[in-house]
Design a protein around this ligand. Structure first.
Ligand code: FAD
Length: 623
């Protein structure tokens, strides 16, 4: 075995999206020697794809907005299952994190009087999303990268080496987190290009690897979202929370098949777009659930007036939280009122002048023109639900991002709790910055406080190499692409937008079979840029994480947010009092219940009692 390449740092950040970069900036600013490792090219992460904007109660578009209103909206969107401390920190700190981005060089769209412009989005009471057209994520990443470069220039001035305190390693995939006596000791993985292994030793690791969408057939997520961080955390001994809650964004492209699932941003609806079925009916008015009845317009006239007079009218139901809209579209299509290609119509062409559409939604205009030959300024789009985001992730301490494994931290989509059962649009980009900063701080402080550093033992490294090379060992096994397609189909059909006990049980059986077949799969060729090998390793993670989703979904016998049970259609207040925790057990997953900490009294006081009665048990209300 050739000599292993090794590097040593204080803090390793795995992932270079918004959460990872914000964590790395913070760790470096607190004096930790920090490395960022990312699977794809630096600058290519999901964050870059974010279109609609970043939610922060800055009150620029409506002075009535403040952190309390944002907190309330977030808790309502998550159907009160959110970790309330995370929702509180997020609502309070998001504006600071957005203003701070401006100091890094971000250029947001402005209001006429020069403040950061804010747009409407589903579930947000006031216009709250700071944005840059429909390319907000690109600007967020660009400015975070600019900050990284400016810190590196400071380091050069002081040490003569740009990378002395903050270094980025791209196209490096982490496959293992070696431990030392239960503490994290670093990260092991391979370079995508050469396939060579490298060990990064560090006492603190921040997971910022994003989501799991590639386990589902129709998804807005790209190839990187294979649940690596979720699986790494599980194998290191951490727990995942809320894994049954997967968000299906209501509006993905449905046609042509090659682009099925690609996202159509919610800003289309925020800026006036409406949903119609094949009969031309604006069907969302028939789908406003009881808990939201008093907050949404009764008819089209009131909904339309809201765009110009939001203080005296209620918002249109197209702007309900995503889970509600996705279910409504699903029902319309099932009832035979869908479009030719199995979606519904999203029309902005009859609502805004063509020039305005091109100005506000340039990427959407380009996307439909290029990919589907549809001019959205002249005709409606065909859209349908697509797997978009996972609310579940690593169970962390809200203030520091620490997991239950000493030295292991998580932030961004890979962490869980903040969004409860359903995330509001725009609340992810703000989550990345708020909790990325906190996790960077937590990890740097932890590393600085250690008296002895953990070491990666030879045995752990040898095991990591053996596991990574296993796909080359067999002969005549199946190929990873075929297994991936079967996994995606099973998750889509059996643990998708509407769930039933029998179907989830058969999903678990299929996952078990896939797991056995995956253990014996074969990849051809050698280690140099070998996508088949890469997928084989990703598949291991996707199977483990999919099992978490299916097991937790089977256990939660109610419907809430991103988890809809046909056989348990109601929300049950008793279930709100607990969350489900997944942990690794043998080569599978065990699920346990964890009681939720009661919501702090001053936060509960932000809600009317009548609203709390919809979510809390009688005992909680009296307590
Ligand atoms: P990412 O930005 O995905 O970064 C993950 C990083 O981890 C990448 O660098 C990847 O290479 C790396 N990585 C993964 N696995 C490994 C591994 N094994 N080893 C090394 N590196 C690894 N949210 C909003 O709030 N507003 C929006 O308008 C919005 N629009 C969206 C539009 C689209 C099309 C999509 C897909 C999502 C959108 N979201 C939006 C959601 C939001 O973009 C994501 O939730 C968020 O960007 C996740 O950020 P992250 O930092 O957690 O992960």
């Amino acid at each position: 075995m050739p000599e292993l390449e090794r590097h040593t740092f204080d803090v390793l950040v795995i992932g270079a999206g918004g959460a990872g970069l914000r964590a790395a900036i913070e760790a470096r600013q607190r004096g930790a020697r920090t490395a960022v490792l990312c699977k794809s090219l630096f600058g290519k992460a999901h964050t870059v794809m974010a279109e609609g904007g970043i939610a922060a109660a800055m009150g620029n578009a409506n002075p009535n907005d403040n952190w309390q209103v944002h907190f309330r909206d977030t808790m309502r969107g998550g159907k009160f299952l959110n970790n309330w401390r995370m929702a509180e920190l997020h609502a309070k700190e998001a504006p600071q994190r957005v203003w701070e981005l401006e100091t890094y060089g971000a250029l947001f769209d402005r209001t006429k009087d020069g403040r950061i412009s804010q747009r409407n989005f589903g579930g947000h009471e006031y216009p709250r999303l700071a944005h840059v057209g429909d390319r907000t994520g690109l600007e967020l990443i660009r400015s975070l990268q600019q900050k990284v470069v400016s810190l590196q220039q400071e380091d050069f001035a002081e040490t003569g080496d740009h990378e002395s305190r903050l270094k980025v390693f791209q196209e490096f995939t982490v496959t293992d987190l070696p431990l030392d006596g239960g503490r994290v000791a670093g990260a092991f993985g391979y370079w995508r290009e050469s396939g060579r292994f490298t060990l990064f030793e560090a006492p603190a690791v921040v997971l910022a690897t994003g989501g799991i969408g590639k386990s589902f057939k129709v998804t807005s997520n790209s190839w990187e979202y294979t649940g690596d961080g979720h699986a790494l955390a599980l194998r290191a001994g951490a727990e995942l929370v809320n894994m049954e809650f997967v968000q299906f964004h209501p509006t993905g492209m449905v046609w042509p098949p090659s682009v099925k699932g690609i996202l159509v941003t919610e800003s289309v609806r925020g800026d006036g777009g409406v949903l119609r079925n094949s009969d031309g009916e604006r069907f969302m008015f028939g789908y406003v659930p009881e808990v939201f009845k008093d907050k949404y317009a009764e008819d089209e006239a009131e909904g339309d007036r809201w765009y110009t007079d939001p203080d005296h009218n209620r918002r249109p139901p197209e702007l309900l939280p995503r889970d509600e809209v996705a279910r409504a579209i699903n029902s319309e299509v099932k009832a035979g009122r869908g479009t030719e290609h199995g979606g519904v119509f999203l029309d902005v062409s009859s609502r805004l002048p063509a020039e305005e559409i091109r100005r506000r939604l340039p990427s959407m205009h380009h996307q439909f023109k290029e990919l589907a030959d549809v001019d959205i300024t002249a005709q409606p789009m065909e859209v349908g639900p697509t797997c978009h985001y996972v609310m579940g992730g690593v169970l962390v301490d809200p203030d520091t991002g620490a997991s239950s494994v000493p030295g292991l931290y998580a932030a961004g989509e890979v962490s869980g709790g903040m969004h409860g059962s359903n995330r509001l649009g725009g609340n992810s980009l703000s989550d990345l910055l708020v909790f990325g900063k906190r996790a960077g701080e937590g990890a740097a402080d932890y590393a600085a406080g250690l008296t002895t550093r953990p070491r990666c033992g030879d045995e752990a490294i040898a095991r990591a190499q053996e596991v990574a090379l296993a796909p080359f060992a067999g002969e005549g096994g199946e190929n990873p692409y075929a297994l991936h397609v079967e996994l995606q189909q099973a998750m889509n059909d059996l643990v998708g937008i509407i769930r039933r006990a029998g179907e989830m049980e058969s999903a678990l059986e299929r996952l078990d079979g896939l797991k056995r077949r995956a253990a014996a799969l074969t990849v051809e060729g050698h280690r140099q840029f070998n996508p088949g090998w890469h997928l084989a390793l990703d598949l291991r993670n996707m199977l483990l994480v999919s099992e978490c989703v299916a097991r937790a979904a089977l256990l939660r016998t109610e419907s809430r947010g991103g988890h809809t049970r046909d056989d348990h259609p109601r929300m049950d207040a008793d279930w709100r009092r607990k969350v489900l925790l997944c942990s690794a057990s043998g080569d599978g997953v065990a699920v346990a219940e964890l009681a939720q900490e009661p919501i702090r009294a001053d936060l509960l006081a932000l809600f009317e009692r009548a609203e709390l009665e919809k979510y809390l048990t009688a005992e909680e209300l009296e307590g």
